[in-house]
Design a protein around this ligand. Structure first.
Ligand code: 3H9
Length: 707
């Protein structure tokens, strides 16, 4: 029999109670984020009871250990029966406490964590704290009294702003709003809390619980809820929870507190039952799951990236340099001509100044970031860089020449990355004497905005280099997803098949507007053709031309999209593409010239157009993506379905409330999709409809894809 010390380690209690002088201190210590799982809730209930019973404690302090206060309910418990005390029950006990409770907020105080603090009598924030109710991002609403208490503290209009955006505010702003009573600049949460307790004792007053306050509710504008509903109907018609949030905050204004809480409960349950909640929570965990690369041992040492380099000062190179500067990493931006360099630097400055104009950066920050970007004309300037990203013209010969040069000037151990979106990373690595230090870092345009970073692992890329790239992705605020080498990697390879199908649908009789309307109806922010116009028709045209020249058997036949490119209709940037654009506007407008072009293309091919239903458009555009995604899994280019989900969520605007492409596919039914793919192969044909063996196998076995 193992002795107790040899047997499995007993986890430390996540909550404990102790007294400091006449203050009872409740401490939550539940790494990593002090989520309010069952253990924490029951520990808090017991600690609160102990504090209230403690005759030597005049007041109570609620503090947290670790990096932050509580990050909210334990999301992993959602969907399972909630063991008592539930979070709303616990919050109600704090609200009803017969001694004042002071909450000290440091780091992140989010969701149910902030709601618990709202039920305390006094809130103190440490400088640097971030306070917010992000439930909307998970398809929920604050369901532990947040929709009822926040309006009582900050007013209904501001409460709606905070809850609908889900964005946190800093300590100073929280103080200005009335969300906290004081900001403490120094000391630990315990020290700051004890100081606040001293002040409260000196004032000798009993603060009113937030639930008993109504003064801020009285100032609500009668039109507030009408306006917000109209705005949401326009902006977020697909989503359930924002609409329920407006209902809940309205209840705070119109109903007594207890009835408002009951209404919040019912509305919360509506959200909880919605498939959108499941989708958004899958998307939340997907973002974190992709950071754990299968086969890459946890704790693989990463190299230190202190200085970066970017080759190519065009739109992409400049954007990548900004990503480094935004994360405080000095970066050398290299181009071969002074003119190109000046243009690149001027574009970066304009972008930063535009951010400052919108209040997102101060002028001092613009100066700091510009100072981190060092223009250079000579490769020798890259000698000290720990990592260099190449962002030059998409041609294998050109890129190989750049890598040969980088190999000769960069220090040993420097990582050499290509931003290629289609080329063979192994062929590029072969141009160097250090293929183990070469990989792809595929940024998406605009690089400062799109969160996806495909981290392309070549055949010889070392574990250390991969681990460094994944850590770097996180440091520069990207969602890094490790993928293997193939044409288009994961994201663009799937996009290519959707593009093929979108063109085939138009050929059959649909209009580009119809295809786009169906895709935006599904939840994509842009339809396929509007996105093509945004990316630039010339980009895809060049790639298709290269494929045709190279004799690729899967190369697309020339079509009306190529004609647009030949006519210089490159999309938004030239004011016309698939759509036309009024000067200064990004709104796609249908163009009769295009309709005529498509009609001519159909008659050249002898196709009589037929009416194409919206359901057919939806199924063909989405199923073709699922089929390609399954092939990608089959080939091991992506390791798991979750990687593909994250890529399409963060790089291509797949609606997050649908969870991701393959999460959605499971709910749509793999059997249904597989049957349709086989039918389309028979009726339509083309490489895009060659069924994935994995898809057919999983559908036949009735098991999830990838398992
Ligand atoms: C809610 O509160 C509902 C209530 O209104 C009503 C209820 C009735 N639960 O992000 P990180 C994990 S809804 C469980 O990498 P960071 C995360 O998966 C909740 N787990 O760290 C990861 O695990 P792993 C409202 C959670 O420093 C690890 O913690 N709250 C939770 O970059 C580290 O996370 C939110 O929506 C959770 N609540 O960022 C806040 N949170 O290591 C969600 C995190 O195994 N959380 N994990 O991959 C966040 O926004 C960020 O995690 C935070 C830290 C900013 C806190």
């Amino acid at each position: 029999m193992p002795s107790p010390s040899q047997s499995e380690a007993v986890p430390a209690a996540p909550v404990h109670y102790a007294r400091r002088g006449r203050v009872g201190v409740i401490t939550v210590d539940n790494p990593p984020v002090n989520a309010l799982g069952h253990g924490v809730r029951s520990g808090l209930a017991a600690a609160l009871a102990a504090g209230l019973d403690d005759a030597d404690a005049d007041m109570l302090l609620l503090v947290c250990a670790g990096r932050g206060f509580m990050a909210g309910a334990d999301i992993r418990e959602f969907g399972k029966p909630s063991a008592p005390p539930t979070l709303p029950e616990l919050v109600a006990r704090f609200d009803a406490a017969t001694k004042p409770v002071i909450a000290v907020l440091h780091g992140s105080a989010l969701g149910g964590g902030l709601e618990l603090a709202l039920a305390c009598h006094v809130r103190v924030a440490l400088t640097g704290a971030r306070l917010g109710l992000p439930e909307v991002k998970l398809g929920l609403l604050p369901g532990a009294g947040g929709t009822q208490r926040l309006p009582r503290l900050v007013g209904a209009a501001k409460a709606l702003d905070l809850i609908l955006s889900g964005e946190p505010v800093g300590a100073e702003e929280a103080l200005a709003l009335g969300l906290v009573d004081a900001v403490e600049e120094r000391g630990s949460p315990l020290e700051a809390g004890l100081r606040a307790a001293g002040r409260l004792a000196a004032e000798n007053r009993s603060p009113l619980p937030v639930s008993a306050r109504t003064d801020r509710l009285a100032e609500t504008d009668a039109a507030l809820f009408i306006e917000r509903r109209a705005e949401l109907a326009r902006r977020l018609p697909h989503l359930v929870s924002p609409h329920r949030i407006v209902d809940a905050v309205e209840a705070a204004v119109t109903l007594p507190f207890a009835n408002g809480i009951a209404r919040e409960r019912a509305l919360f349950q509506d959200c909880m039952d919605s498939p959108q909640r499941a989708g958004l929570i899958h998307a939340f965990f997907a973002e974190r799951e992709v950071a754990k690369v299968p086969g890459l041992p946890a704790g693989t040492p990463a190299r230190d990236i202190r200085e970066a380099g970017v080759v190519g000062a065009g739109t992409m190179g400049g954007g990548i340099a900004m990503c480094f500067a935004n994360a405080g990493i000095p970066v050398t931006l290299l181009d071969l001509s002074q003119e190109a360099l000046d243009r690149g630097i001027a574009t970066i400055r304009t972008a930063y100044e535009a951010s400052a104009g919108k209040g997102r950066l101060t002028l001092a920050q613009v100066g700091e970031r510009m100072a981190l970007i060092r223009p250079a004309l000579s490769h020798d300037s890259l000698a000290d860089a720990d990592l260099v990203v190449e962002a030059v013209f998409e041609s294998l010969e050109v890129k190989q020449a750049v890598f040969r040069k980088l190999d000769s000037v960069c220090k040993p151990g420097a990582i050499l990355a290509t931003n290629s979106s289609t080329l063979d990373v192994d062929a590029i690595a072969a141009a160097t004497g250090r293929p183990q230090d070469v990989l792809g870092l595929h940024f998406f345009s605009p690089a400062t905005i799109m969160r996806l970073l495909e981290v392309v692992r070549g055949a010889q890329t070392s574990d250390t280099v991969l681990a460094t790239a994944m850590a770097l992705a996180r440091r520069i605020g990207k969602v890094g997803v490790a993928v293997g080498v193939c044409d288009g990697f994961v994201g663009n390879r799937i996009l290519r098949q959707r593009g093929r199908e979108a063109m085939a649908l138009v050929e059959a009789g649909a209009s580009p507007e119809q295809v786009d309307r169906v895709l935006t109806g599904f939840g994509f922010p842009l339809g396929h053709f509007a996105m093509t116009d945004l990316a630039g028709i010339d980009v895809g045209w060049r790639i298709r031309e290269e494929r045709r020249k190279a004799g690729d058997p899967e190369a697309e036949a020339p079509d009306w999209l190529d004609v647009l490119a030949e006519r210089g209709r490159y999309g938004q940037k030239t004011g016309a593409g698939v759509y036309r654009y009024e000067p200064g506007s990004r709104k796609p407008l249908p163009d009769p010239e295009l309709a005529a072009l498509i009609a001519a293309d159909r008659s050249r091919r002898g196709i009589a157009p037929r009416p194409v239903g919206d359901d057919e458009v939806r199924d063909r555009c989405l199923y073709v993506m699922v089929n390609e995604a399954a092939k990608i899994l089959e080939e091991g280019i992506a390791a798991r379905p979750v990687d593909i989900d994250a890529i399409w969520l963060h790089g291509y605007g797949f609606p997050s409330w649908r969870g991701g492409l393959l999460f959605w596919a499971e709910r749509e039914g793999l059997g249904r999709i597989a049957a349709a793919v086989q039918r389309y192969q028979r009726d339509i044909g083309g490489p895009q409809w060659c069924p994935s063996a994995l898809l057919l196998k999983c559908a036949a076995a009735g098991r999830p894809i990838g398992c």
